[in-house]
Design a protein around this ligand. Structure first.
Ligand code: ZN
Length: 332
């Protein structure tokens, strides 16, 4: 599969009547595509996938889910946002190699971080060599596998929320106000819930909802330990909403999971959106989305997004600005 074929699968949903919109932009300026099913009134949930580059099979899972839930009377109230591919630049690197990268210095930088290899099939990061699912501001930098230098995986970034994709997801979440979120990853066939430091009352709530998701998928439910900076962690820590990471695919299957694994994965996960929405509706009354904490995050993210050149500053820190310039002039 090529990157273009992957994006086509998402875009084709428009032909089936689904409305596509942008949840934000990647570092290289790609749109982060999203859709919505059900009603915009009432409780909303958000399901995102593909934040780790090599895990793009989860984007295809969301395409199937959205297709099958469109105009489906299983959704009685509320609605579901799908963010198909949170890390489009990374997925392109995995699927197409470095041909997509706009300049030689950047290519060499990526190859050097990849141990000198041009095989990027195992790549997880974004184009800045940041592992996006460690970059969120939730006990940032304290995960057991975190690294602090650019890397194909596990690099937390030079500061929390440094990456455009991360700010995009935060912005989109604050705009859509989901009462529950799910992040799809591969692999291991498990569901992670909770976050260290979360209050007991919320842990009990998250465990109870998680058990329902575990029951319908057959994936065991595990409390998250020694993992920080993920989207799920940020949702729990900052927004106080229930949030889950679902790892699809057996451990024995090598990365990236082939498209032939999708039917089985879909079968196990097809009821997740509906059950998650039902549970969110049930628990939504106790979720307060207007806490001072959330209002402060909204302000901070707005400032960061509006700050001209914040991405330019990050890139110059990585010595990229001149690299992009020379790349551009060569193309001209
Ligand atoms: Zn992952």
């Amino acid at each position: 599969m090529t990157y273009q074929e992957l994006v086509s699968k998402i875009v084709q949903l428009q032909d089936e009547g689904l409305e596509l919109f942008n949840a934000g932009k990647s570092v290289l300026g790609k749109n982060i595509l999203a859709t919505h099913v059900g009603s915009y009134d009432g409780t909303q949930i958000l399901i995102q996938a593909g934040i780790h580059a090599r895990e793009y099979i989860t984007s295809l899972l969301l395409v199937e889910m959205a297709r099958n839930l469109h105009n489906n009377d299983l959704i009685q109230e509320g609605g579901i946002y799908f963010v198909f591919l949170a890390n489009p630049d990374g997925a392109e690197i995995v699927l197409d190699g470095l041909d997509s990268i706009p300049c030689e210095i950047t290519k060499n930088y990526l190859i050097s971080a990849n141990g000198g290899s041009t095989d990027f099939s195992q790549y997880k990061a974004n184009v800045n060599l940041v592992d996006l699912n460690t970059n969120f501001d939730a006990d940032w930098g304290n995960g057991s596998q975190n690294v602090f230098c650019p890397s194909t995986e596990d690099f937390v970034g030079f500061y929390p929320n440094s990456e455009r994709e991360v700010l995009s997801l935060i912005n989109f979440t604050l705009q859509t106000k989901p009462s529950l979120t799910i992040s799809y990853h591969t692999k291991g066939n498990v569901i992670y819930y909770g976050f260290e430091g979360e209050g007991d009352q919320n842990i009990a709530r998250d465990q109870s909802i998680g058990e329902s998701l575990s029951e319908i998928t057959g994936y065991p439910l595990i409390f998250t330990e020694n993992s920080t900076g993920g989207y799920k962690d940020w949702c729990i820590d900052s927004l106080k909403i229930p949030a889950y990471t679902i790892e699809v695919g057996d451990n024995s299957i090598p990365h990236p999971l082939g498209i032939e694994t999708l039917p089985e994965i879909y079968q196990r996960n097809k009821d997740v959106p509906i059950v998650a929405l039902q549970k969110a509706i049930e628990y939504a009354q106790e979720i307060d989305f207007t806490t001072p904490d959330v209002i402060n995050i909204t302000k901070e993210v707005k400032n960061a997004s509006n700050e001209k050149g914040y991405i330019a500053r990050l890139q110059s820190r990585l010595n990229w600005r001149s690299a992009h310039r020379s790349g551009d002039s060569k193309r001209r």
